[in-house]
Design a protein around this ligand. Structure first.
Ligand code: SAH
Length: 355
């Protein structure tokens, strides 16, 4: 890397990545994204008004309550077996707190297990749910009960890899560093055969993404469900791929930012390929339901009635509650971009909300 009068990129992680690239050459997008997000979630509050982005459970308590009610109903119809609650990437723990209220109302008492890698996030979760159990991944989850699993905006944070079409075929996409700037470049060529046939002749410049990390997690979830029973609700924004498109994005201070500027100081995410994750879950033995738009899922679980009841209960907050309903369901907000997919084991009923 040539010396620059401006010095290396800002931030501790940016400096480390710049040094690694100077020594070893450009790195895969997936390595860049994983390092950036690990640093990002370890060093700041991230979620909520004071953070960089607001998620559905932070918009309204109704989101977690309805997901909790949906899972409690599924558990009831499964014959009320012993179950544990598992949440992947629980953020501030808000969804879990709201879902637990619904579980309690249904007479369901359970242990809470969080899959969370960030120490800062674990601390935030512990302040709300001190009795929860924390795990780095799915391998240490308990084996003595069925599982009620939730993941909201978790899969979008997992690393993706990208390939880009050049005039001479497809190339792995890498991140280089020049002076103080990170930038994506085309790396070594990859065989056409790694792409589905319908994408191989895409125009020069086309980008196709995949997320081995997300596929691995969904496989592990499906295997757990198959072995122990249960249901999982996965909510994220996404598409049915594989398809052409560059969806890597950065968010900072509630606005979009350049994903190649300030790694570790912005939230990096990518759209989730539901079709591929669904196929992986099916292969691993789970039954897949959906995905359906978030608006339809929440609507069929009774969001409108819950909104009206809540607004009656707290008249001073009625306007705010109505606005939350709009944000969760409007096509201009989260209503159709976000989608919901369920995984269930054999012997468990399909969750409500997907009709
Ligand atoms: N579900 C929450 C938070 C979404 S943000 C909400 O809806 O508000 C993503 C969450 O996943 C954060 O808690 C982050 O620390 C966690 N996370 C990101 N990458 C992870 C990984 N590889 N393993 C476990 N947790 C991860």
């Amino acid at each position: 890397m040539p010396a620059s009068p401006d010095g290396p990129p800002q931030g501790a992680l940016a400096e480390r990545l710049a040094r690694a690239i100077a020594l070893g050459g450009p790195i895969p997008i997936a390595q860049y994204m994983a390092a950036a997000n690990a640093h990002y979630y370890a060093t700041r509050p991230a979620i909520g008004r004071a953070g960089d982005f607001v998620t559905a459970p932070e918009i309204s308590q109704m989101f977690g309550e309805l997901i909790g009610a949906c899972l409690a109903d599924c558990w009831d119809r499964a014959g009320r077996p012993r179950v544990h609650y598992v949440e992947l990437g629980p953020g501030r723990g808000t969804l879990a707190v709201d879902a637990l209220r619904s579980f309690e109302r249904a007479g369901l008492a359970l242990e809470v297990h969080f899959i969370e890698t960030s120490g800062a996030m674990r601390a935030a979760q512990a302040s709300r749910l001190p009795d929860a159990h924390w795990h780095d991944d799915l391998t240490t989850l308990p084996d003595d009960g069925a599982l009620l699993i939730v993941a909201n905006e978790f899969f979008d944070a997992l690393a993706i890899q990208q390939v880009v079409r050049g005039s001479d075929g497809w190339h792995q996409r890498l991140v280089a560093c020049q002076d103080t700037l990170f930038l994506p470049i085309a790396g070594k060529s990859v065989p056409d055969a790694i792409l589905p046939e319908h994408l191989r002749d895409a125009p020069v410049g086309s980008i196709v993404e995949s997320s081995p990390a997300a596929i691995e997690v969904v496989r592990a979830l499906a295997r757990r469900l198959t072995a122990h029973g249960g249901a999982a609700i996965l909510i994220d924004y996404g598409y049915d791929g594989p398809a052409v498109g560059d969806t890597l994005q950065a968010v900072r201070g509630h606005g979009y930012a350049n994903p190649f500027a300030a790694p570790g100081d912005v939230d990096l995410s990518a759209h989730v390929d539901f079709a591929t994750l669904g196929a992986a879950a099916t292969l691993a033995g789970a039954r897949v339901t959906g995905p359906v738009p978030q608006r339809d899922f929440l609507g069929s679980l009774g969001l409108a009635a819950r909104t009206a009841a809540l607004a009656l209960q707290s008249r001073d907050r009625a306007e705010q509650i109505g606005e939350a309903h709009v944000r969760l369901t409007s096509p201009d907000a989260m209503g159709t971009l976000f989608r919901v997919m369920a995984l269930t084991s054999a012997g468990w009923p399909e969750p409500a909300g997907f009709q």
